[in-house]
Design a protein around this ligand. Structure first.
Ligand code: PMP
Length: 407
């Protein structure tokens, strides 16, 4: 173990200090959304208490302050991702909107009849459906990259699929349903060798790993603020400047234009071309506070802590009668999915909740991989920086208890 101290950090999260159903809350639903540290709550509260105003066009002090805070938040994300400049970091409402932006703007305008978009068979619906919608309008086809029984992308099959028809690949950094960490470096390289662009769905990536978009050389990287200790309704799309320049606007409205006339409208420069309407200013400020919070932690030590927790959960699972792990990839992060033999996942979730343990049950917005595994869903415990071995022990004690009720 490292010098990382999850118990001390846990004290920074007010929501974790409560009891649920008469028991201290054990929060293991972090892949759905993480709790927020006081620093993020304070940043939101301070922004709305002092600086609240609209950005970019005000002629007064509050608007200047809000604009500076908003654009400083963007700079923070530029540095967080090691993007090339502020032109490459777009604010969105979350991963879902980031992917829809690329599907609507890039895929619809560039892809033609007969072109292909590859996604892995274990993607979240938000990394499948936007591509299907775009494909329907431009005549392209969405093709699934096979995933093994272990829950790993089959790289040979991926290589075989990468022919000249493939113009775009969209793949998750980490699977929210199985916890698989995909070999994205290799997948990016292979996509580029085949002449395709690639988007990484980083919703479950940034909470666990340092991400350097330039080192990765991905074309697009999408993530949500709320899964990395920031506010809901915030997200980011990183895109390479040359691609974003080439792409048509996504939404029309204020902010994204340079001039408007009935003879023809011209569009604003990056990143504003893609940011129509009043943005989530407070949310951006809160997300920047979450980045600060994460960067105040030794991220290598954090990753080691989370890996140790996952390994411990899998060890405990291996010795737990009647528990079947769903997805056992070699490299895993965040999410631990399983079934108790003979018990519906929803019943397990309910009995854990009665003991103050929060997990998620169901298909985790990944119906295709559930269908492949022939299951309706799983129970998913997912970990964040404030979880401890004691939380894993509580989960297994809770499962023992649930078994006595259910079997
Ligand atoms: N992709 C993955 C891998 C996810 O886990 C999620 C959230 N569960 C999303 C996309 C969608 O994120 P959001 O709902 O924040 O837009």
């Amino acid at each position: 173990m490292t010098g990382f101290d999850a118990k001390t950090l846990r004290a920074d999260f007010p929501a974790l200090q409560q009891e649920v159903n008469g028991q201290p809350l054990i929060y293991l639903d972090n892949a759905a959304t993480t709790q927020k540290p006081q620093a993020v709550i304070d940043a939101l509260s301070n922004y709305y208490s002092r600086d609240n105003s609209n950005v970019h066009r005000g002629a007064h002090a509050l608007s200047d302050r809000a604009t500076v805070a908003f654009e400083d938040a963007r700079k923070k994300v530029v540095q967080f991702l090691n993007a090339g400049s502020s032109k490459e970091v777009l604010w969105t409402r979350g991963t879902t909107e980031s992917i829809n932006l690329v599907a609507s703007s890039y895929a619809r305008s560039v892809l033609k009849e007969g072109d292909r978009i590859l996604v892995s068979a274990m993607e979240h619906h938000s990394n499948i459906v936007p591509w299907q919608l775009a494909a329907q309008t431009c005549g392209a086809e969405v093709v699934a990259i096979p995933v093994s029984e272990n829950g790993e992308v089959e790289l040979d099959a991926y290589k075989a699929l990468l022919d000249e028809r493939v113009k775009l690949v969209a793949v998750g950094h980490v699977s929210n349903a199985l916890g698989t960490v995909n070999p994205i470096r290799e997948m990016i390289q292979l996509a580029h060798d085949a002449g395709a662009k690639i988007l990484i769905d980083g919703a479950q990536g940034v909470p666990h790993f340092d991400v350097d978009v330039q080192a990765l050389d991905c074309d697009f990287y999408a993530f949500s603020g709320h899964k990395m200790y920031g506010p809901t309704g915030t997200g980011v799309l990183y895109g390479k400047e040359a691609l974003l320049e080439q792409m048509p606007p996504y939404h029309g409205g204020g902010e994204m234009i340079k001039t408007v006339s009935f003879d023809g409208t011209t569009f604003n420069e990056l990143p504003f071309k893609f940011e129509a309407g009043t943005p989530n200013i407070g949310g951006a400020v809160g997300l920047a506070a979450a980045v600060d919070y994460l960067q105040g932690i030794d991220r290598a030590a954090l990753a080691a802590h989370e890996t140790a927790l996952m390994q411990y959960a899998h060890e405990r699972a291996a010795g737990f009668e009647g528990l079947k792990r769903i997805g056992c990839a070699k490299t895993i992060a965040g999410a631990f999915s399983f079934l108790l033999e003979g018990v519906h996942p929803a019943d397990v979730g309910m009995l854990l909740d009665q003991q103050g343990i929060a997990v998620r049950t169901g298909d985790h917005c990944a119906q295709p991989i559930m269908k492949q595994f022939g299951i309706p869903g799983t129970v998913r415990a997912s970990f964040a920086l404030y979880n401890t071995r004691e939380d894993v022990d509580a989960l297994f004690a809770g499962l023992e208890k649930a078994k006595t009720f259910l079997l």
